[in-house]
Write a protein that binds this ligand. Sequence first.
Ligand code: AMP
Ligand code: TRP
Length: 329
Amino acid sequence: MKRMLSGIKPTGRVTLGNYIGAIRPFVSYQDEYEMFIFVANLHSMTIYQQPAELRKNTKDLIALYIAAGLDPNKVTLFLQSDVLEHAQLGWYLGCLASMGELSRMTQYKDKVAKGEVIGAGIFNYPSLMNADILMYDPDYVPVGEDQKQHVELCRDIAERFNSRYSETFKIPEPLVAKVGGRIMDLQNPTKKMSKSEETSKGCIYILDDINVSKKKIKSAVTDSESYVHFDPINKPGISNLLEIYSTLTNRTIEDIEQQYVGKGYGEFKNDLAEIVGSELEKIQTRYKEITTGSYLDDILEAGAQKARFVARKKLAKVERKIGITIKKR
Ligand code: AMP
Ligand code: TRP
């Protein structure tokens, strides 16, 4: 079985964008791959997190992964902070990355361009992500479009390490879904649907009240034409809704376009609102069951143990190769 790994930050509430771009694909991969999925809580610290909120978001995230269909018996599900080896390997890999490489990362560059006061964590962030990935030798790293650049840097760093110290890390491939990799804001479809947005009308949260989520779909911004057609440049709003429709129903965009020939946006949006509503309802029901009792704590402890087993071996290997370990085995 090929191995797959990905992480998701527990910052803010989980959105439909996260669900379609990240969580749902994981669920579809779990029977085909050996999977490691973790909550990147160390990464979330690059921006101040109100402690109580961080705790709640972390718990919700794990619960939502499971509620969305991830099976903890198939997938190794853990918290990044439970496996101390990540931070240590992150340090070594940070020493291999150049200032230039890290400065070219879009996420960092955007923040600098906006003139925001930023912590050093934002700059070092990719090195920790490199450690998260290389620790487990995954074949594939499923990520959203915005994270592809980080995985590409990860490949460069892995190659650099391997050529300097001998073959140690597998070179991972980023895996960006063709459809659903970038779900847009419902009110401003030229912008990514994001949990950090101030106004929430354009963003559906997985734990939104069902009626609220339906309303958000029905009041999504479209255009002045009235035919349902996929054209992200000229019809970004309707194209975004088509993408949501297509991913949630596993139907092709062409097939859906066909169904709405000669019908207006109203009918299309009403149908999509029902589809989104019933998807959220399923997840929310399961979420409520999972979040009672100690179920989540037990899952995380078991996941951390499995992850630590792999991480310890890998870190020991790295430390022997680079000369940090001085004792004979
Ligand atoms: P973030 O919410 O930025 O921490 O991202 C968590 C994961 O969800 C990453 O794999 C993102 O690329 C993905 N993601 C976040 N927002 C969207 C979106 N609007 N559309 C598709 N994928 C997304
Ligand atoms: N940087 C990712 C994000 O912002 C989260 C992340 C951290 C991650 N470590 C990772 C994703 C390793 C994939 C693999 O969404």
